[in-house]
Design a protein around this ligand. Structure first.
Ligand code: NAD
Length: 443
């Protein structure tokens, strides 16, 4: 079995390293963050992600970490690069961290006498980056030749935070952009061991794989925005039910049911910026990606739409509002581009007092908002202290909300994903669901 190294032990890298190690590969992780390196060496997950700790426990003796890039070249055959590629102002991804890492690795490759090394770029990059910037940099610093002394693959992941391990072990598709067949074959062999299903392995040129990666996410955001627009329309029509409609639409194979629910905006570290990067990439080639740009506008509009709904439904003389769910989705502490964070910021700007609660994201929320908001310790705490409560994620803990949580004499609930059962509430509750015209308990 090839020995593998993974550079970047963050939200995605730690999970990839643990997946490889749990399938028997010897894996060396490299990170500039000493805490993450120490965590791995103490068999602890450096970041929160469901099942990550379980896989690290399964990988004892196979997974170690270091801050020394040279070990990755000296002791392993294949190196995965999973470091941040932050968005630039023009929408393209910065390849600054990838270049930093590749300089170190290429210097090591120059020094160390070995027959071949495979570099696998997993970070999301703007199309063109690998062949225009990264491969020339490796050749320059290592003084070695592509496809003779080293190979390069572009191999992004299509995982969802909160489900990274399961998605990585059971992907619909493994995308491999390859500098030549030998490089692609080597990488495919790894996935044959790691995947627990039998996914489609899509092999192609590096540039095609780079385009595929951002096209896929841009397409999904378009689908989400379509469903959100449908939900807005349904709100204006009594008897129209968004969930019945999207279920039927999704049953058609040409559409499929995923990411077609209708509710709040998409957010997180990938969708918003991948969609903008798609538009920036199109523009570079003289194409106006109107669909991607409009998708972004629709997504921003969804927040304003919710803010309007909240403002229209604030009970008389009431200025405390509770936001339940601050992460951009359930099962993750990540608040990057979270619609609930944007909602809270907007409501704070309107002068309202906000009390917030999230099952996993409270530390991140505290660092973001400091003392500008109030912090609840439970769902009940939210309902005790506010008479308008907004449920923004489909967290399991929120699905159990029923009449026993409602203490105030009149409480308004805005349920962004229709996860509650309005029939469980008596008429002191005004229940509003995005996507539905139902207004139970309305006076
Ligand atoms: N998180 C996701 O959902 C997701 C999904 C698909 C793709 N991606 C892509 O994967 C890449 C990584 O994302 P992430 O979410 O894991 O980021 P992250 O910020 O959680 O982790 C990145 C890690 O890289 C480390 N790092 C930074 N510079 C380094 C360097 N010079 N040398 C060694 N380590 C370094 C950081 O310390 C950190 O631990 C990005 O390009 C992202 O777009 C992420």
């Amino acid at each position: 079995m090839d020995k593998l190294s993974v550079i970047g032990l963050g939200k995605l890298g730690a999970c990839s390293a643990a997946c490889f190690a749990s399938k028997g590969f010897e894996v060396i992780g490299v990170d500039i963050n000493k805490q993450f390196v120490d965590a791995i060496n103490n068999d602890c997950a450096p970041v929160y992600e469901p099942r990550l700790q379980e896989l690290i426990n399964l990988s004892k003796g196979k997974l170690s970490a270091t801050q020394d890039y040279e070990r990755a070249i000296r002791e392993t055959e294949i190196t995965f690069l999973i470091v941040p590629t932050p968005s630039r102002h023009d929408g393209h991804f910065s390849d600054k961290f990838l270049k930093d890492v590749l300089k170190h690795l290429s210097d090591a490759l120059k020094k160390i006498n070995k027959k071949y090394h495979l570099f696998v770029i997993t970070s999301t990059v703007s199309p063109g980056t690998t062949e225009e910037n990264l491969i020339p940099l490796i050749e320059h610093h290592s003084e070695k030749k592509l496809n003779k002394d080293f190979g390069v693959c572009y191999n992004p992941e299509f995982i969802a935070l909160g489900n990274v391990i399961t998605d990585s072990l059971n992907p619909d598709m493994v995308l491999i952009g390859e500098s030549n067949k030998f490089a692609g074959n080597k990488l495919e062999e790894i996935y044959k061991v790691v995947c627990e299903n039998d996914p489609y392995i899509a092999r192609m040129s590096i540039i095609s794989a780079e385009i595929t990666k951002i096209s896929l996410n841009s397409y999904i955001t378009m689908k989400v925005s379509f469903a959100n627009t449908l939900a807005n329309i349904c709100e204006a029509i009594s008897n129209a039910n968004i969930d019945d409609i999207t279920k039927a639409l999704g049953a058609d194979k040409r559409i499929s049911p995923y990411y077609l629910k209708g509710g709040l905006s998409y957010g997180g570290p990938c969708f918003p910026r991948d969609n903008r990067a798609f538009a920036a990439f199109a523009q570079r080639y003289g194409v106006d990606a109107k669909l991607a740009k409009t998708t972004d506008e629709v997504n921003k509009f969804q927040i304003n739409h919710l803010v309007d709904l909240v403002l229209k439904n604030i009970p008389n003389n009431e200025s405390v509002i509770s936001v339940l769910g601050l992460a951009y989705k359930p099962n993750t502490p990540v608040i990057e581009e979270s619609p609930a964070i944007k909602l809270t910021e907007e409501l704070l700007r309107k002068g309202l007092k906000i009390i917030v609660y999230d099952p996993l994201a409270m530390d991140n929320v505290r660092s973001h908002f400091g003392d500008t908001v109030l912090y609840a310790s439970s769902v009940k705490d939210c309902f005790n202290n506010a008479s308008l409560c907004i449920i923004t994620t489909q967290a399991d803990e929120f699905k159990d909300i029923d009449e026993s949580c409602v203490i105030n004499n009149s409480t308004t609930i805005i349920d962004c994903w229709r996860i509650l059962h309005p029939e469980k509430f008596n008429d002191k509750v005004k229940y509003i669901a995005l996507g539905k015209a139902i207004r139970l308990g309305e006076q």
